[in-house]
Design a protein around this ligand. Structure first.
Ligand code: CUA
Length: 332
């Protein structure tokens, strides 16, 4: 219990809802502050009365413990007081719920369609013609209107410091508004058990100053550059067509599942769009740093690195991995 209590003293808490860093997270936190204060007051009063009664009416030598059988006035008071407290709490709660549920309006609202999939996040910037995965880039100080859809099973989208949580349910579109005060990286994750790699379904929100965000947008809107050297060109070829050897040929190629704008034939929609893969800090549900060794280990056996991954083990040879990694690293 001491360890549990002392965990509250930690300062390294990237996913703490109690340290909101945006307007919408702050509104939810303000509601929590009110509720917590009232809960503390109720706790102190109730436990105080309990302790008082225990000591005042306890059994002592020469005196039986006191017994009480019903007290109409007391019972009416014990019903009405909690009801009034709950009624009082309902006022700010309902107001905040409606406030947070309102669709943000204004010219500066960014609309993004979010899809939760086993086990990664797909983001479609509907007005900007950008599709990316896991790392959600946003400008600071602007409301981000997320329209959230389920693709396979239930998930839940949550970036604790920037906003509330939203269930992701197949067949239903839900809304969530986020906003970040300052540039930075905000961690989040899927909050609804969704299968073997539920705990590997992380995400990050990367907030930029508006000028930097515009730069990011224009970079993302460019198609992928053509491979710069022969190994990378070999990787691009492999990506689309598979290889001529027995295991990879004729089976699925990378392009069956992944799209890369600017690479002919790469239009798959099962896995993340990889157009600017090398510009991402992480991959595979934001669980691995995007570097060469992680990429090699991933390509060698995705389901081993991330249980339940939809990406199969394609039995790639070392040479094929060399070429694919060289190509993926050109996708700035
Ligand atoms: Cu997706 Cu848990």
């Amino acid at each position: 219990m001491a360890a549990f209590a002392l965990s509250a003293c930690s300062t390294d808490t990237p996913q703490s809802v109690l340290q909101p860093q945006g307007e919408f997270a702050r509104k939810a936190d303000a509601l929590w502050d009110i509720t917590f204060a009232i809960a503390i007051a109720v706790f102190v009063v109730v436990q105080g009365l309990l302790l008082y009664a225990i000591f005042r009416y306890r059994h002592k030598p020469g005196r039986e413990a006191a017994q009480f059988h019903g007290n109409t006035r007391l019972e009416i008071a014990m019903t009405i007081i909690p009801a009034l407290i709950l009624l009082g709490l309902a006022v700010p709660t309902v107001a905040t719920v409606f406030d947070l549920a309102a669709e943000p309006t204004g010219a500066d609202v960014i609309h993004i369609s979010v899809e939760g999939r086993q086990f990664w996040w797909r983001y479609d910037y509907t007005d900007l013609d950008i599709v990316t995965a896991n790392e959600l880039h946003i400008p600071t100080g602007q409301p981000i209107d997320l329209s959230i859809e389920g693709y396979d099973v239930n998930h839940s989208f949550w970036v604790p410091r920037l906003g509330g949580t939203q269930d992701v349910v197949p067949g239903r579109t839900s809304r969530l508004t986020l906003e970040a005060d300052d540039p930075g990286t905000y961690l989040g994750q899927c909050k609804e058990f969704c299968g073997l790699s539920h705990s590997n379904m992380n995400l990050r929100v990367i907030a930029h100053d508006p000028g930097d965000f515009e730069q990011w947008v224009s970079d993302q809107q460019e198609p992928a550059a053509a491979p710069s050297d022969s190994l990378a060109a070999e990787g691009a070829e492999l990506f689309v067509n598979g290889a001529a050897d027995a295991q990879f040929a004729g089976g699925p190629s990378c392009a069956s599942c992944h799209a890369i704008e600017g690479l002919d034939g790469a239009v798959g929609i099962i896995g993340p769009n990889l157009t600017h893969f090398a510009a991402r800090n992480t991959f595979a549900g934001a669980i691995f740093q995007n570097n060469e060794s992680n990429l090699r280990a991933w390509l060698a056996n995705p389901p081993e690195r991330k249980p339940g991954s939809q990406m199969p083990n394609l039995q790639l040879t070392t040479g094929q991995i060399d070429a694919l990694v060289a190509y993926l690293q050109t996708l700035e």
